[in-house]
Design a protein around this ligand. Structure first.
Ligand code: SF4
Length: 362
C-alpha cells in the first residue's frame, strides 16, 4: 500500500473541486464524472476503481494507472456475546486504531416518552492514534499521543465496517473511540462533510464526544454545524473532575458550562453528558445533586456509565445501589438520566483496550 501511495493519487484524499481538476487534467473528462466517482466511492462504497462499472473499461484502466481508492486494512475483528463487534485497523504507517460496532434495540430513548422500538447500529470511531487528554480511567489516554488521523482514515473506518456488515446498515456514528475529536478538528470537520455530503449520513445521527476542549467547542458550530455534541463530564466539581480528567485544570467546569450554554442546538436538540460512575469517587447522591444544579437550564440528557474495572487501574466499579440512587436523584429532579450498560466487556471493547495489545509506532 505504501509503494502505491507514493506513485499514485489517493482519490479519497481529494475534495470535489480537486477531484474535478484531477480528472480533467489526467483523463480530459468533464466535471460531472467527479460527482459519479464520489457517489461510487462514498455511497456505493466500492473499494477499487475496477468496481466502478458506470465508467468504461478504458477509463477504469487508465485511471487505475494514476490513482487508487484508499482502504484500511482490518488487522483483527472480535465479536462479543452481546453482539458488539470490535475492529482493529492497521494504518499505512503501522499504527493501529479501532472502531466498535454496537447494536442496540431499545426504546428510542426511554426518556422521550416515545415508546417506539428502534434498532440501532452505532459505530464508535477513532479520531487520533492515542490521545493527549489523559483521562485517568481510559487506557488510550495512557498510551500517549502518536498522531492525528487524516480525514480519509476517519471516514474509511465507517466505510470499511459498512462493507463488512452489508446488507446491515450503520445507523449512527459516534466519535467516542480513540482520541479527542476536537483536538483534530480540521480533519474531523472534513470527514464529517464527506460522511454527510457524499455518504449521505444524517448529521442528526452523528455525535462528537469531547472531554471539554472549550475553544474548539466554540469553533465547532462554524466548522461542523448541527452535529450532536456529547461532553464527557464525569464530575460536578473542579476538584473531582481535575482528579479524573487533568484537562479540567486547563478548561474548568465554569468555562465549559458557559461555552455549552452558548452552543447552538437543533430544534428539540440536547447536549449529552457522559458520566462514568467511579465507585467512591463521583457516585454519591451529593454528587448527583451537584450535577442537577450544574445542568440547570441546559437542554440535556445524562448517560450514566458504571465503570468497568480493567487491569492497571485503581478505580472501582460502583455498587448497583449507588448507580440506581444516582439515577433516581437526577430523574426526581427532572433530568433525563439513562444507565448505559457496558457493551462488549468480553472483547475489551472499552476505549483503547484492544489497541493496548499492540505497540504504538512513534
Ligand atoms: S476518554 Fe477520550 S479524551 Fe479521555 S483520554 Fe480517553 S480517548 Fe482521550
Amino acid at each position: 500500500m505504501m509503494a502505491r501511495a507514493k506513485t499514485k493519487k489517493d482519490l479519497k484524499s481529494l475534495d470535489k473541486p480537486a477531484l474535478e481538476e484531477f480528472l480533467m487534467r489526467n483523463e480530459g473528462i468533464p466535471s460531472f464524472r467527479a460527482g459519479q466517482l464520489l457517489h461510487w466511492m462514498y455511497k456505493k462504497n466500492v473499494a477499487s476503481i475496477e468496481e466502478i462499472t458506470e465508467f468504461s473499461k478504458n477509463l477504469r484502466e487508465s485511471l487505475s494507472q494514476k490513482a487508487f481508492i484508499s482502504t484500511l486494512k482490518v488487522k483483527e475483528t472480535l465479536s462479543s456475546t452481546d453482539g458488539t463487534q470490535k475492529y482493529l485497523f492497521e494504518l499505512e504507517d503501522g499504527n493501529f486504531v479501532e472502531s466498535v460496532l454496537i447494536p442496540s434495540d431499545e426504546d428510542q430513548e426511554a426518556d422521550e416518552k416515545a415508546q417506539t422500538k428502534t434498532s440501532r447500529l452505532t459505530l464508535c470511531i477513532s479520531s487520533q492514534v492515542g490521545c493527549t487528554v489523559g483521562c485517568r480511567f481510559c487506557l488510550t489516554g495512557r498510551l500517549g499521543f502518536i498522531r492525528d488521523l487524516e480525514a480519509w482514515e476517519i471516514v474509511e473506518q465507517v466505510l470499511s465496517v459498512q462493507r463488512l456488515i452489508a446488507p446491515r446498515q450503520i445507523t449512527n456514528i459516534v466519535f467516542m473511540g480513540m482520541g479527542e475529536p476536537l483536538n483534530n478538528l480540521e480533519n474531523v470537520a472534513v470527514a464529517l462533510e464527506r460522511l454527510t455530503e457524499f455518504a449521505h449520513f444524517s448529521k442528526r445521527r452523528i455525535t462528537l464526544s469531547t472531554a471539554g476542549i472549550v475553544p474548539s467547542i466554540m469553533e465547532l458550530p462554524g466548522k461542523a454545524p448541527m452535529v450532536n455534541l456529547a461532553v464527557s463530564l464525569n464530575a460536578a466539581t473542579d476538584e473531582t473532575r481535575s482528579l479524573i480528567m487533568p484537562i479540567n485544570r486547563r478548561y474548568g467546569i465554569s468555562s465549559l458550562m458557559q461555552a455549552l450554554r452558548q452552543f447552538p442546538l437543533a430544534r428539540r436538540g440536547r447536549i449529552t453528558f457522559e458520566y462514568v460512575l467511579l465507585g467512591g469517587i463521583n457516585d454519591s447522591v451529593a454528587d448527583a445533586r451537584r450535577l442537577v444544579k450544574l445542568l440547570h437550564g441546559i437542554p440535556s440528557k445524562v448517560n450514566l456509565i458504571p465503570f468497568n474495572r480493567h487491569e492497571g487501574t485503581d478505580f472501582r466499579t460502583p455498587p448497583v445501589q449507588s448507580v440506581l440512587a444516582f439515577q433516581k436523584t437526577l430523574t426526581d429532579s427532572g433530568c433525563t438520566a439513562i444507565i448505559r450498560k457496558s457493551k462488549g466487556a468480553d472483547i475489551l471493547a472499552a476505549c483503547g483496550q484492544l489497541k493496548a495489545k499492540y505497540e504504538p509506532k512513534k
